[in-house]
Design a protein around this ligand. Structure first.
Ligand code: 5GP
Ligand code: MG
Length: 179
């Protein structure tokens, strides 16, 4: 496997290689197909990090997936109560749909809590979470992911869509911070 990579000021070592990722994605796709074939599932991939995972997973699915790409944005509302979360990019109505959220990584779970709350307000039939990576030691989210690619230690990773200050997304494998 390839050597360490340098991104900005940090060094990363190979952690999960391309073949391992693809093998795991094929297995995840089978699990999802078993559960959602015939249910007209709608996949919502969370940008930017999940774009490669979504592309590879989607091509393994046999359940006739519909996919849309969303982004979580937080802006200063008119109230003094602080920031307001918003899901941008949603074009399909979610009412009575089986929604599967595709994420690159679940860390503390704060982002997924926000996404879940925003999606629930659209009254889908169900919401499931599919994440390539999960940091179980850090995750405090209200909802457990149904589909997990890899459980990893609480260390920073890059590659395969994940960035360090916007670089490193193109790496074919996942790399872990050296420390
Ligand atoms: P959470 O809200 O679960 O703490 O974090 C979610 C977001 O933080 C992820 O979608 C991702 O953008 C970023 N993140 C968390 N851990 C990592 C990591 O190890 N590497 C990278 N590149 N991003 C991370
Ligand atoms: Mg993300």
């Amino acid at each position: 496997m390839s050597a360490a990579v340098q991104i900005h000021d940090l060094s990363f070592v190979p952690f999960i290689d391309q073949a391992q990722i693809q093998t795991r994605i094929e297995a995840l796709a089978k699990e999802i197909d078993t559960q959602f074939t015939g249910k007209d599932p709608l996949f919502l991939a969370v940008l930017n990090g999940a774009f490669l995972f979504a592309a590879d997973l989607l091509r393994e699915l046999k359940c006739q997936p519909e996919i849309s790409f969303v982004k979580v944005s937080s802006y200063q509302g008119t109230q003094s109560t602080g920031r307001v979360d918003e899901l941008i990019g949603l074009q399909t109505g979610l009412k009575d749909r089986h929604v599967i959220v595709l994420e690159d990584i679940l860390d503390t779970g704060v982002t997924m809590n926000k996404i879940f709350t925003l999606l629930e307000s659209e009254q889908p039939a169900s919401i499931s979470i599919c994440t390539l990576l999960l940091k179980p030691e850090a995750y405090k989210g209200k909802h457990q992911p149904e589909f997990v690619g890899f459980e990893i230690p609480d260390k920073f990773v890059v590659g395969y869509g994940l960035d360090y200050k916007e670089y490193g997304r193109e790496l074919k494998s996942i790399y872990q911070l050296i420390n």
